[in-house]
Design a protein around this ligand. Structure first.
Ligand code: S3P
Length: 183
C-alpha cells in the first residue's frame, strides 16, 4: 500500500448537510462498503439520554440537545476508520466543526430545500421542521454557507443512496479531498 492510501485509511469520513440529505442512510452504506464502523450522532444522543430526539427537544429544549450533541462529538476524538453521520445542526457549532474537521474528511451531502421537505414525510421526528416554511427556508440558506466549506460537496438531487455512496467513494479514494469551492 502506498503512503497516500495509508493516510486515507487512517481518516474518518464525516457526513454533513441539511435534514433529510441522506447522511445516515448513505453513511451506513459507506461504512459497510469500507468495512468501517458507523456512528450516527443523533442515535448516540438517543442512547445516552434514553430519549428520542423529538422528546429531548420537547422535554429539555434545543440548548440541552446541542449540549448532548457537543459531548457526543467530543467522544469521537481518537476514532479511526469510522463513518460519522452528523445531525443537520452539528457542524454549526464552531467547536464541533473543528473537532470533526480534524477527525476526517468532511463531506457535504447537498440537498435542495424543496427536495429535503418532500423527503420528510413525518415532520414530528425532526423538531426544527415544525417551524414555519419561511423559517426553514432561512435556516437552509444560512446553513448552506457553512456546509459548503466541507472538503467535498456531493449533489444528492435525483440520485439514489447507492449512487451517492459510489460517487463519494470514487472521489474520496481518488484522493480528491479538496474539491470544495473557495467560498
Ligand atoms: C437537526 C437535525 C436532525 C437532528 C435534530 C436537529 C438540525 O438530524 O439532529 O432534529 O439542527 O438540523 P438530521 O439532519 O439527521 O435530520
Amino acid at each position: 500500500m502506498d503512503k497516500s492510501n495509508q493516510e486515507l485509511n487512517k481518516k474518518n469520513i464525516i457526513l454533513i448537510g441539511f435534514m433529510a440529505a441522506g447522511k445516515s442512510s448513505v453513511g451506513r452504506i459507506l461504512a459497510r462498503q469500507l468495512g468501517w464502523s458507523f456512528v450516527d450522532t443523533d442515535k448516540e444522543i438517543e442512547q445516552v439520554t434514553g430519549l428520542r430526539i423529538a422528546e429531548l427537544f420537547r422535554k429539555h429544549g434545543e440548548l440541552r440537545f446541542r449540549s448532548e450533541e457537543n459531548l457526543v462529538v467530543k467522544k469521537l476524538v481518537g476514532r479511526t476508520q469510522t463513518v460519522v453521520a452528523t445531525g443537520g445542526g452539528t457542524v454549526l457549532a464552531e467547536e464541533n466543526w473543528q473537532i470533526l474537521h480534524e477527525l476526517g474528511t468532511l463531506i457535504h451531502l447537498y440537498v435542495p430545500l424543496h427536495v429535503a421537505l418532500s423527503r420528510v414525510k413525518r415532520r414530528q421526528d425532526r423538531p426544527l421542521l415544525l417551524k414555519k416554511d419561511i423559517e426553514i427556508e432561512q435556516l437552509w440558506h444560512e446553513r448552506l454557507k457553512i456546509y459548503n466549506q466541507a472538503d467535498i460537496i456531493i449533489d444528492t438531487t435525483d440520485k439514489d443512496l447507492a449512487t451517492i455512496a459510489a460517487e463519494i467513494l470514487t472521489i474520496w479514494k481518488g484522493g480528491q479531498l479538496t474539491n470544495a469551492p473557495d467560498n
